[in-house]
Design a protein around this ligand. Structure first.
Ligand SMILES: *Cc1c(COP(=O)(O)O)cnc(C)c1O
Length: 395
C-alpha cells in the first residue's frame, strides 16, 4: 500500500501514466480530437459557397488525400466506418446467410457491419503480439470445422458458406497482412479488412491499405483524425472502386437532368462539410503521427521501469500509428483489471478496458466460434491509456 491506501500496483501505474500526461488539465480524457489546422477556414468556405451537403469539391479532395495517406489506389468516402465496412463486405460477395470469420476481440461495429450485410459473424481467436487474428490457430480450426465443396468453403456444422475473413488492425497495431491474405487465398475466401483504427500505420514499409482489395476506415470523433462522423471504402481495384461509389450514392446513372437509378443502393455519401473538416485534419496527419509516436515512447519508458504491466509495442514487420496506447497487466484477472480502472479513474485518468468480447454480447452469443482463450486473456489484461495528440505538447 502507498501512504494514501492505494495498493502498490495501482499506485505505480498511476505514477507511470502521470509521468507521461503531466499534472495540468485533469481529468485526462482517453482521446480528444485536435483542431489546429484550416478547419475553420474550410468549414467557412463550405458555408459561404452553400455547398454543405452531398455535392462539393472537398469530397473529391478528401478521397485523393486519403488514398495517398493509406497507400490505397482508391478511397470512396462514406457516412461512417460501419456502413463503409458493410458495403465492402457486400462488394466482396458476402451474401445473405453466409458466415464471416472475424475476431471476437474488436469494436461492436465490426460485427454489426457483418449483420447489416445479412451475414453471420463467426468468431475466431486473437494473438498476443498484434492483438489481431491468429492465422495459425485459424488454419487449424478451419481444417477441423470446414470443407471445400461447390467452389466454396463451408462450415460442416451449420452447412453455411464461409464467405470471408475480416481481420481488424487493433488500436492501429498492424496485423500480419501477408499471413492472413495467404490463409484467405488458401481457403478460397475473400479478405475484407477493418482498417478503422489504422490510418497512418504501415506494413513492411508500405501504406496500411497498399494491398487492400476490400477495406474500410473510420473518421469518428475518437479516431486519429475526424470528420465529425465518417468513413471510407479503400481498394486497389478500379472496378470495385466504381461499384463502391455507385452503391454509396443511390446508383444514379450519369445524366445532366434525368433521375435514373438501376439498383437498390444506399445514400451513404459523406457531406461536403464533413469532408472539409477531413481535409483540414488530414493535412495534420504527419504531425498527429509524430505526437502519437512521442506519447508511445514516453509510455514505453515509463512502463519499462515498473512491475505488473507491459507496454503493447508495434510488431517488427510494421509501424503502428499508436492511435490508442495500451498496456497488458501481467495476469489475466478481471477483478484486478477492474480495480486498476477504478483507481485510475479516481485519480482522474480516464483509462478504459478493451471491448467486451463479441460472443458475450446478447445479440451475438449464439454465433459460431472457435475457442477464444487468448482473446479472453487479452480482455482481462488490457488497460487503454490516455492518448490524445495534444498530450505531446509537453515534449
Ligand atoms: C470505429 C470503428 C468502427 C466503426 O466506425 P464508425 O465510423 O464509428 O461507424 C469499426 N471497427 C472498428 C475496429 C472501429 O474502431
Amino acid at each position: 500500500m502507498s501512504f494514501d491506501g492505494t495498493p502498490a500496483l495501482e499506485a505505480s501505474l498511476i505514477a507511470a501514466i502521470r509521468s507521461v500526461v503531466g499534472e495540468s488539465a485533469m481529468p485526462v480524457q482517453l482521446h480528444e480530437p485536435t483542431f489546429r489546422g484550416k478547419e475553420w477556414d474550410y468549414l467557412k468556405d463550405c458555408l459561404d459557397s452553400t455547398f454543405v451537403s452531398s455535392v462539393g469539391a472537398y469530397v473529391d479532395r478528401f478521397e485523393t488525400m486519403l488514398a495517398a495517406a493509406t497507400g490505397a489506389d482508391f478511397a470512396i468516402a462514406a457516412a461512417n466506418g460501419t456502413s463503409a465496412l458493410q458495403v465492402a463486405l457486400m462488394l466482396a460477395g458476402v451474401e445473405t446467410g453466409s458466415e464471416v470469420l472475424m475476431p471476437a476481440l474488436t469494436f461492436v461495429g465490426t460485427a454489426n457491419a457483418v449483420s447489416h450485410a445479412n451475414a453471420i459473424p463467426h468468431f475466431v481467436d486473437s494473438e498476443m503480439t498484434s492483438l489481431g487474428v491468429d492465422a495459425q490457430k485459424l488454419a487449424h480450426y478451419l481444417d477441423r470445422i470446414a470443407e471445400r465443396r461447390d467452389g466454396g468453403l463451408f462450415n460442416k456444422t451449420t452447412g453455411r458458406r464461409i464467405a470471408a475473413l475480416l481481420p481488424v488492425h487493433i488500436f492501429g497495431l498492424p496485423y500480419d497482412i501477408d499471413a492472413l491474405r495467404t490463409l484467405a487465398d488458401q481457403y478460397g475466401i475473400a479478405l475484407v479488412e477493418d482498417i478503422a483504427e489504422a490510418l497512418g500505420s504501415t506494413y513492411r514499409g508500405r501504406g496500411i491499405a497498399a494491398e487492400t482489395r476490400f477495406g474500410a476506415i473510420s473518421f469518428n470523433g475518437n479516431k486519429i483524425i475526424t470528420t465529425g462522423g465518417g468513413g471510407a471504402i479503400l481498394t486497389n481495384d478500379p472496378e470495385i472502386a466504381k461499384r463502391a461509389k455507385r452503391l454509396t450514392t443511390t446508383a444514379k446513372l450519369p445524366h445532366p437532368w434525368a433521375f435514373e437509378h438501376d439498383e437498390v443502393a444506399f445514400n451513404l455519401r459523406l457531406p461536403n462539410l464533413n469532408a472539409a473538416l477531413g481535409c483540414a485534419q488530414l493535412e495534420q496527419l504527419d504531425s498527429f503521427l509524430g505526437a502519437k509516436r512521442w506519447i508511445a515512447a514516453a509510455y514505453r519508458d515509463a512502463f519499462a521501469k515498473i512491475a505488473g504491466a507491459e507496454f503493447i509495442d508495434e510488431p517488427a514487420y510494421g509501424r503502428s500509428n499508436f492511435w490508442l496506447n495500451a498496456v497488458l497487466l501481467d495476469k489475466p484477472d478481471m477483478a484486478l483489471r477492474n480495480r486498476v480502472l477504478d483507481a485510475t479513474h479516481a485519480a482522474k485518468l480516464m483509462t478504459r478496458p478493451i471491448w467486451t468480447l463479441m460472443h458475450r454480447l446478447p445479440m451475438y452469443e449464439a454465433c459460431p466460434r472457435d475457442n477464444l482463450d487468448v482473446a479472453d486473456a487479452i480482455e482481462a489484461r488490457v488497460i487503454s491509456l490516455p492518448s490524445s495528440s495534444h498530450l505531446a505538447d509537453r515534449q
